[in-house]
Design a protein around this ligand. Structure first.
Ligand code: NAD
Length: 472
């Protein structure tokens, strides 16, 4: 396959523009144009916040708009999937359904904002105190390139539900799907200025948003190193920060696990979404008595995964997002060859001479000191390591700087709970994967994040809670 064979979706925008104060606009000219574009977008969001109806609408009225957004988003599933697959290299079958997930985020926060209750405290005979919840202000939303539209919705929905106005800065690698938002919001009746979009690179547009004194909060999803930089850059203006960062999540498979289910899940866990998934189970720890069988069956499965044109419905692993990312992932594969035993993959698939294609790659007997065990690769590459006891498994599971997700496979439920609770991870799946209840906390510990979103935690992040005290 060559680049000229690439399927090009219809109706692609001819050029990407910013969206500010209800209008599509081009970049301003000048050396610091990204900063000026961000200024313009923040001013629009600020005006809509200070003077517009959105923050003052009844929750029920905002919920109606959010439900309309959800319906429109869902009706664009096919177009979104085509664009997302074209822009990011995601297999088309996995890009389909992203719109449904995005729509669910809007429906969920529409329900939640209507059901929102706030606390009241009574000191008998003396005082009544209550919480006056208010939207925080202008929300800066900075998002990554993996499943970009869906991840944007995860921030847009609670920010808008809470009554904030927003400036979205999508990832520069995948700006295409974000260009669908302006029309969707317009059609749903979101007032001008409530939603603003600035395209630009992280170090300029993202940075300007982070440092802007009129932005009250930043919700960021991306790499841990970027998160650290944003944390420092936001300090002078004391912003609220929510950080969903990188991961190197373990899948721990005990000898008493349902092996068929564990293999299915751990194959899916690292090779779906091209391995470009924050919660990927990229380290598989397997108890010694089943290690050889697990490895044999896993390797066989990995070798049969179909890599190819993202637009082909038979494709299971598509093309990585960008040549830069391709170089990073293949660089790790070369490092892995010096650190552990290569059991499957390890390079470019036969017949795919150009494009960012990588074979599903399995390293076995990987020591915990290996870089491929410790560092986030964010591609279709997995490290498998044996263990002999629960204690050793726990040590291995926790022996990385990250703590986003973990997966535990065992038929002993007592062990599953006890072991799962001791893992340093924000989210643990027992004998399951990838099922998310939107009410639960989402986020990581250690280098994987700061703060939690999900359910009322998201609404709390996007609002201020003012304490009102009344003497009786
Ligand atoms: P990235 O950190 O390179 O970029 C993310 C966003 O930050 C982009 O929009 C980028 O333009 C912007 N950015 C970059 N530098 C910036 C700066 N100095 N100031 C402000 N903004 C800046 O991440 P990526 O490569 O786009 O995404 C992949 C990473 O995201 C992986 O580490 C993955 O694990 C993580 N991720 C985490 C979650 C989660 O929920 N924890 C979800 C998806 C992805």
């Amino acid at each position: 396959m060559t680049m000229t064979d690439q399927h090009v979706p219809q109706n692609l925008p001819k050029r990407l523009q910013h969206f500010v104060a209800g209008e599509f606009v081009d970049s301003l000219d000048g050396a610091t144009f990204d900063v000026l574009d961000v200024d313009r977008a923040v001013a629009s969001a600020r005006k809509a916040f200070d003077e517009g109806p959105w923050p003052r609408m009844l929750p029920r009225e905002r919920a109606r708009v959010l439900n309309r957004i959800a319906d429109i988003v869902e009706s664009r599933d096919e177009r979104l999937a085509e664009w997302e697959s074209f822009d990011s290299g995601l297999p088309i079958t996995q890009a389909l359904g992203q719109a449904r997930r995005a729509a669910e985020n809007f429906r969920f926060f529409a329900d939640l904002i209507v059901a929102q209750a706030d606390d009241t405290y009574k000191v008998p005979g003396k005082q009544v105190n209550y919480v006056n919840r208010k939207p925080k202000g202008v929300a800066g939303l900075i998002t990554p390139w993996n499943t970009p539209f869906m991840l944007e919705s995860w921030k847009l929905a609670p920010a808008l539900a809470s009554g904030c106005t927003v400036v979205l800065k999508p990832a520069e690698f995948t700006p295409l799907s974000a260009s669908l938002w302006p029309e969707i919001f317009r059609e749903a009746g979101v007032p001008d200025g409530v939603f603003n979009l600035v395209n630009g690179i992280g170090e300029e547009a993202g940075d300007a948003l982070v440092k802007h004194e009129d932005v009250q909060l930043i919700s960021f999803t991306g790499e841990s190193a970027t998160g650290q930089l944003i944390f420092a850059n936001a300090a002078p203006t004391l912003k609220a920060l929510s950080m969903e960062l990188g991961g190197k999540s373990p899948a721990v498979v005990f000898a008493d696990a349902d092996l068929d289910a564990a293999i299915d899940s751990t194959v899916f866990g690292v090779f779906s979404l091209n391995g470009e998934r924050c919660t990927a189970g990229s380290r598989i720890l397997v108890e010694r008595p089943i290690y050889d069988e697990f490895v044999r069956r896993y390797v066989e499965r990995a070798k049969n995964i179909k890599v190819g044109d993202p637009h082909d419905p038979a494709t299971e692993v598509g093309a990585l997002v960008h040549p830069e990312h391709y170089a990073k992932v293949t660089g790790y594969i070369e490092i892995g060859k010096t650190e552990a035993k290569l059991a499957a993959g390890g390079g470019r698939p036969e017949g795919l001479e150009s494009g960012n294609y990588v074979q599903p790659t399995v390293f076995v007997d990987v020591p915990p000191t290996a870089r491929i065990f410790q560092e986030e690769i964010f591609g279709p590459v997995v490290a498998i390591t044996p263990f002999d006891s629960d204690e050793e498994a726990l040590e291995l599971a926790n022996d990385v700087k990250y703590g986003l997700a973990a997966y535990v496979w065992t038929s002993d439920l007592e062990r599953a709970h006890n072991f799962g609770q001791r893992i340093d991870a924000g989210m643990v799946w027992l004998n399951s994967h990838n099922v998310r209840d939107l009410r639960t906390p989402f986020g990581g510990v250690k280098a994987s994040g700061l703060g939690h979103e999900g359910g009322y935690r998201s609404l709390d992040f996007y609002s201020d809670q003012q304490a009102m005290h009344i003497s009786l």
